[in-house]
Design a binder for this molecule. Sequence first.
Ligand SMILES: NC(=O)c1ccc[n+]([C@@H]2O[C@H](COP(=O)([O-])OP(=O)(O)OC[C@H]3O[C@@H](n4cnc5c(N)ncnc54)[C@H](O)[C@@H]3O)[C@@H](O)[C@H]2O)c1
Ligand SMILES: [Zn+2]
Length: 352
Amino acid sequence: MELITLKTPSMEGKIYVGEDVLAQRLPALTSGQKNFVVTDENVFALYPDLFKTYFSDAKICVLEAGEENKNFQSLYRILEEMTGAGLHRTSRLFAVGGGVIGDIGGLAAALYMRGISCVQIPTTLLAQVDSSVGGKTAVDLGGVKNVVGAFYQPQEVLVDPRFLKTLPQREIKCGLGEIVKYAALSDRIFDLLQGNEKRYAELDFLTALITACIEHKARVVERDEKETGERRSLNVGHTTGHAIELSSGLSHGESVLYGMALETQMAMEYGVCEKAYGEELMKIVRSALAVEPLSAPDFSNIAEDAKKARSDKKNSDDGKIKMAVAKAKNEWTTFALPYEEYVSALVRAARK
Ligand SMILES: NC(=O)c1ccc[n+]([C@@H]2O[C@H](COP(=O)([O-])OP(=O)(O)OC[C@H]3O[C@@H](n4cnc5c(N)ncnc54)[C@H](O)[C@@H]3O)[C@@H](O)[C@H]2O)c1
Ligand SMILES: [Zn+2]
């Protein structure tokens, strides 16, 4: 098992990656205090032995699966059950599931008694490469994604790639959405992906990607935990991706893939991204989109989608739409366009 540390002013978090992480870490992490588990119905049904073996004494809160449940009602239910279970400040919450469970479970841990220990056990590729690491927790509200949340670092993250064996291909594709984002930021990840699309189903290959992505993210978060600078790079593809996610109902990862495709093409058109590099990056994006391909996504409402990008305050500066985009290998930059121009550039990119 590999150990990656993530040191922030509030915590020295430990991230373990390997097939033996649960057996190695859970006996110690579950003993000596009250434990509470948040998971979703799919994970709970798929992994009964995990819950029996390690969480037989814990209170387990099983939520319905899906982004539409990443809301206040679910958060309220978790907090109510935590109170009902009589958890103390010394109790520990385990979030076992994909990014939805990690985000909402992490927020419940941050809020309960002003913060109890949180351990993330990510079970989707997206959660393993990205959302379980870095301490961003949130719920959606009023159609706005992640609008209520907190920065709250997990004490440990236990990443067992074997969870990916039960993951549908479409969810592998979602994870690739975030991995392709990292490829735009790190030559190590770019080189791992380039020409290797046939290996997307191999567990060893995915494990190498997971480790590389976590290492990249951990270093970025250490330098900029609260996203005032460098952490914004992790939003490559996300300005347009979030807009697509909100208006199309596609999942986060798939939307980010389309966001990467559209924003990279826009950045090339404006000379912000080196053409030769951008073309290579686009090959990687297309290879990920080809995993369980969708029948021609409908971008006819792209201007409406773009309005949502404008309503995302983080990405809006003096009426301009601000994006983090790939510039060259290992280099990213911010790129802003006035709203109307952004929409026409987006429409041109969507036609390609
Ligand atoms: N906090 C962050 O830094 C961060 C970063 C990226 C994304 N996110 C958030 O993550 C969320 C998306 O995460 P996601 O893609 O993991 O979605 P998800 O949690 O909805 O999981 C996707 C589906 O896979 C199922 N599933 C989970 N593990 C499984 C397994 N091992 N086998 C079979 N099925 C399994 C789930 O039940 C669900 O139906 C979004 O809400 C996004 O905003 C957060
Ligand atoms: Zn994302």
